[in-house]
Design a protein around this ligand. Structure first.
Ligand SMILES: NC(=O)c1ccc[n+]([C@@H]2O[C@H](COP(=O)([O-])OP(=O)(O)OC[C@H]3O[C@@H](n4cnc5c(N)ncnc54)[C@H](O)[C@@H]3O)[C@@H](O)[C@H]2O)c1
Length: 371
């Protein structure tokens, strides 16, 4: 297969989908890899390192997209990339289609075979290609949340760890999955008061087992969410219903009751966000103040730590990318149920339940499509 690796064009997106060692792996399996010049620059990966590993460097995004059978990317295609989409193209990237009806319709119209990193799911329900980025976003959420609380950003002017003789700040984390529990570890390490809420008792038990004594675990229900949000200096939104829109746990009426200058870091903004007041921001303009609460809603948080993120991402995606390239479509999906669950669109059909229900589109079960 010919694998294309275009440079990411989303604002401040410095990650790249394949590292030079990843290129070596594709080449050793007999594939050809086209890497757009400069694609790895933001992550400190030089063109000559790609070349040394067997990549063919191409001058433009068009060359990488147009010649490839399989495109590996980091973020979803943006409107300026829509013209590269074509029938039968295999697109393997983060898609988050449930948050974008426009892109869903474009992929269907262009009859692309799209596999979303975030929807690849193992039999135990875990999401192996979301995990590394969620871990990074969770850890970053405290770093950026602490920054939001600084006075010059409209925050309460609270240092999360407090000081001798002064109370620490209070952090409430909604969701105790990968990003929530990672946020929790950092929040506890900073010395903040931390509470974490989930609907899954097993997730709370895990956090309790590793951090009990430093954090309070609570069942997520309306009363507990309200109480914790109103009391918090910083709320981290880290909930997920796989493939579906994030539940709105923080309606505007509740955000209004939060302390003036408190902050919300809505990590799950890529699935629409868990606050009614959340709207997507960018690394260039990451925050805004609404209802006197500072909101940070960047959908590609790991992009600001591209070195760590690129390696963490490609460690996880490479084996799946190789399987798609080696076996092709549909055989790779027939032989790997986790990969099959990642199929979002095929020709003009939606094959993922969460995406179909988000936009009221008919669902074509993956098993039938790849049979
Ligand atoms: N903004 C970014 O840059 C960025 C980066 C990585 C991941 N994410 C997003 O962060 C979100 C979380 O990802 P994750 O890997 O931590 O997911 P996860 O599946 O590991 O955890 C989500 C948790 O939310 C819980 N949950 C579901 N409904 C809930 C509710 N009503 N109340 C409380 N908890 C509830 C689930 O039980 C689960 O434990 C996803 O939307 C993911 O795409 C965003």
């Amino acid at each position: 297969m010919i694998v294309g690796v275009p440079k990411e064009i989303k604002e401040e997106e410095n990650r790249v989908a394949v590292t030079p060692p990843g290129v070596s792996a594709f080449v050793s399996h007999g594939h050809k890899v086209l890497v757009e010049k400069g694609a790895g620059g933001g992550s400190g990966l030089l063109d000559r390192s790609y070349e040394a590993c067997g990549a063919i460097l191409v001058d433009s995004a068009a060359e990488a997209w147009e010649e490839a059978d399989l495109i590996m990317k980091v973020k979803e295609p943006l409107p300026s990339e829509y013209s590269y989409l074509r029938p039968g193209l295999l697109l393997f990237t983060y898609l988050h289609l449930a948050a974008s009806e426009e892109l869903t319709r474009v992929l269907l119209e262009k009859r692309v075979i799209s596999i979303g990193y975030e929807t690849i799911q193992l039999d135990d329900g875990s999401l192996p290609l979301l995990t590394p980025m969620s871990e990074i976003a969770g850890r970053l959420s405290l770093q950026v949340g602490a920054w939001c609380l600084q006075a010059e950003n409209g925050g309460r002017g609270i240092l999360l760890g407090g000081a001798s003789g002064v109370r620490p700040g209070k952090v409430a984390i909604l969701g105790a999955g990968i990003s929530g529990s990672s946020a929790c570890q950092v929040a506890a390490g900073m010395g903040a008061y931390v509470s974490i809420l989930d609907i899954n008792p097993a997730k709370l038990r895990y956090v309790h087992d590793i951090l009990g004594g430093y954090v309070t675990t609570l069942m997520s229900n309306r009363a507990n969410v309200e109480e914790e949000a109103v009391d918090a200096d910083l709320v981290i939104g880290a909930v997920l219903i796989p493939g579906a829109k994030a539940p709105k746990l923080l309606p505007r009426s509740l955000v209004r009751l939060m302390k003036p200058g408190a902050a919300i870091v809505d990590i799950c903004i890529d699935q629409g966000g868990c606050a009614e007041t959340s709207r997507t921001t960018t690394h260039r303009h990451p925050i805004y103040v609404e209802e006197e609460v500072v909101h940070y809603c960047v959908a590609n948080m790991p992009a600001i730590v591209p070195y760590t993120s690129t390696y963490a991402l490609t460690n996880a995606t490479l084996s799946y990318g190789l399987e798609i390239a080696d076996k092709g479509f549909p055989r790779a999906l027939q032989q790997n149920s986790a990969l099959a669950r990642g199929l979002n669109t095929y020709q003009s059909m939606v094959t993922h339940a969460g995406v179909a229900s988000a936009f009221g589109l008919p669902l074509n079960p993956v098993e039938q499509v790849i049979a």
